[in-house]
Design a protein around this ligand. Structure first.
Ligand code: ADP
Ligand code: MG
Length: 630
């Protein structure tokens, strides 16, 4: 679809929206539509199912929020006066559902709805209301009470809680549903959500509209057919590359770079960037929750945070604190402060913080599609943004750049800035870690978590376990000692530090938790362990002695008996032969056979003896040989 600035005027929208909605849009501070809005709103407000792929930050949310409000308004406000209210207006009927993969994103979507609804004239009743349904923010019963009391027509939800909610009560009626939207649809249709999403869709009436949105919808593949769409229109809004071709998968306002770096220096280089780069807000993506915790705790203790304000966000936190953290990060607007959000992929998709102008990825994500989403947290709505990914030196990781080019993601190389305080920082880290055993445990957990993470990369030919520098990584994480794990086999024998110690050896028994209770229970179990160990060792010693005595005695006795028996049998056999020989008195030609048998027998004994000797010799030399081989 061809669009230019003029045709992007809201007045040129090719659909006649409800008057209040038109006014609301004019009151929002968006002078023009974005291309994705211009093409999606008319289709979705009409009677089409849509699949929309448009780059990050291109305004997809409003591209469905307006059609949803249009449809809901139509149902609510188009009842001619004097007529009976139709079924849809009776209590408990939901008219629209929007699903999203994370709680933060659901909350943000609800806020976009509520922002537009802020312009709904007071006289329009019933008032259009939204309800947020996300995990661990209250319970389903509370959600139901809210629903009954406020009668929201629009639900914004993560799939798990929505399913529980719909199933929990006959009071929630979906039979009048007009429209269902799946934001970040490829994520909602991947293995983590698909079952719940499909179950929900089955509960909804067939004649509803369905709309899927994402910057990477193609990743969903055939699963989109499980959504029961009706002859959908596929809209693709790409941006121009510098060469003018319409093929970029990332917005043009976003500058993408990568750096090749020794893993040992990754963390201090990130800190260097935070200190020396000019930016307002940055999101730093880390591979695991543990590392987010570990890094956040370290920096708040060890880094001069005068101009930097750190926030940490990860899945294990409670929903309340997740939403609050994100809110504070969004609200931060002190000009002399740089805001730093340290997070995992929980904040990779959809999150819209307009003044994020830098994204740093300490490692690429497992799924190459997520790379696009992480970078897309900056450079939104035509604002300039910069995204940097760190790749490990001396691995195949530089191939990632070419691999992403195939997906129309183009990066330029940059030199990592060196941190002059690297050594001092790690001296401080060691001191910090030694102050509390729990800190080391968290560091180890982060390291182990990273190794597990690395092994799960989809592009496994680029991210090879065998080429990682494990020692450097362990040092970067601040470990005192390498944990025992199978991947250590990749460490060169010559480089493997004795007993895994990365610095001076410390006495682990003396290494205490700062938490008094935890330390008390550690000491108690240490004491118990020592006692059990001593008892086990003693018992083992006793048993060994007993067994040895018993076995050697019986062995000796048995061997003696056996030898005696053998000798006896041999003697008897020989005697028998000799008697027979004597008795015959001479060779009988007819008895040639017998003579031969006798000879054979004697021969056999001789041969056996010789062979036994040979075997013994061979074995001895084999043993020697095996030592030579070592
Ligand atoms: P996407 O979902 O495509 O990643 P969002 O819907 O989150 O993008 O929108 C990105 C940003 O663009 C938001 O801050 C939003 O307020 C802004 N935005 C939306 N529509 C417009 C518009 N028509 N003009 C200018 N900015 C817009
Ligand atoms: Mg979005």
């Amino acid at each position: 679809m061809k669009t230019n600035k003029e045709s992007l005027s809201w007045d040129n929208l090719r659909f006649d929206l409800e008057p209040w909605l038109k006014n609301a849009i004019h009151s929002l501070e968006y002078p023009t539509m974005t291309p994705v809005q211009a093409s999606t709103i008319p289709l979705l407000s009409g009677n089409k199912d849509v699949i929309v792929e448009a780059v990050t930050g291109s305004g997809k949310t409003l591209a469905y929020v307006i059609p949803v409000l249009q449809k809901v308004s139509k149902v609510l406000y188009s009842v001619p006066e004097g007529e009976d209210r139709p079924e849809t207006l009776k209590r408990g009927h939901v008219l629209a559902i929007v699903m999203a993969p994370t709680r933060e994103l659901s909350k943000q979507i609800q806020m976009v709805f509520d922002k537009v609804l802020g312009y709904l004239p007071e006289e329009m009743t019933p008032v259009i209301k939204t309800q947020l349904l996300v995990g661990s923010l209250g319970n389903v019963r509370g959600d139901l009470e809210f629903f009954q009391q406020h009668q929201p027509q629009i639900l914004v939800a993560t799939p798990g809680r929505l399913l529980d909610f719909i199933m929990s009560s006959k009071y929630v009626k979906t039979s009048s549903l007009e429209i269902v939207v799946l934001d970040e649809a490829d994520k909602l249709l991947d293995f983590s959500f698909e079952t719940d999403v499909v179950k929900i869709l089955k509960q909804l009436p067939k004649q509803r509209r369905t709309a899927l949105f994402s910057a990477t919808i193609s990743a969903a593949g055939d699963t989109i057919f499980r959504t029961g769409m009706n002859n959908p229109v596929k809209l693709q809004v790409k941006t121009k590359s510098l060469m003018g071709e319409l093929n970029n998968s990332a917005p043009t306002s976003l500058q993408l770079s990568y750096m090749m770096i020794d893993p040992e220096y990754k963390l201090t280089t990130v800190l260097q960037m935070l200190h020396s780069f000019v930016f307002k807000k940055v999101i730093v993506y880390l591979p695991t929750c543990s590392f987010v915790k570990h890094l956040y705790q370290m920096v708040t203790k060890l880094v001069d945070t005068q101009e930097l304000k750190f926030f940490s966000l990860y899945g294990q936190l409670s929903t309340k604190s997740r939403l609050k953290t994100l809110e504070s990060f969004i609200e931060g607007n002190d000009d002399s402060t740089k805001y730093v959000l340290v997070t995992t992929d929980v904040a990779a998709r959809g999150i819209d913080v307009p003044d994020v102008d830098l994204v740093i990825q300490m490692d690429p994500p497992l799924d190459p599609n997520v790379f696009i989403h992480r970078c897309g947290r900056t450079g939104r709505a035509n604002k300039v943004g910069r995204a940097i990914v760190m790749l490990n030196n001396d691995t195949q990781e530089e191939d990632y750049v070419g691999f992403m080019e195939v997906k129309n993601i183009f990066m330029t190389k940059m030199e990592p800035p060196r941190n002059p305080n690297h050594d001092k920082f790690y001296k401080d880290v060691r001191k910090y870690i030694l102050e509390d055993r729990a800190r080391h445990e968290l560091a180890v957990k982060s390291y182990v978590g990273f190794i597990r993470y690395y092994s799960k990369h989809i592009a496994s030919s680029i991210f090879r376990m065998a080429s990682l520098d494990y020692l450097a990584i362990a040092k970067m994480y601040g470990l005192l000692r390498l944990p025992k794990m199978p991947e250590s086999k990749y460490i060169d024998n010559a480089q493997m530090p004795q007993d895994g110690w990365l610095g001076d050896v410390i006495d682990m028994d003396q290494y205490a938790y700062a938490d008094k209770l935890q330390e008390k229970s550690r000491l108690e179990s240490l004491k118990k362990d020592k006692l059990t160990k001593a008892a086990t060792a003693k018992r083992r010693k006793e048993l060994k002695a007993k067994n040895e005595a018993w076995s050697s005695k019986t062995d000796k006795k048995e061997a003696k008996l056996e030898r005696k028996e053998k000798l006896k049998r041999k003697r008897e056999a020989i005697e028998k032969q000799l008697i027979q020989e004597d008795g015959r008195g001479g060779a009988n030609d007819d008895d040639d056979d017998d003579d031969e048998t006798k000879e054979d027998w004697k021969d056999m004994i001789r041969k056996n003896k010789q062979e036994k000797k040979k075997r013994k010799k061979k074995n001895d030399s084999a043993v020697q040989g095996s030592f030579d081989d070592l």
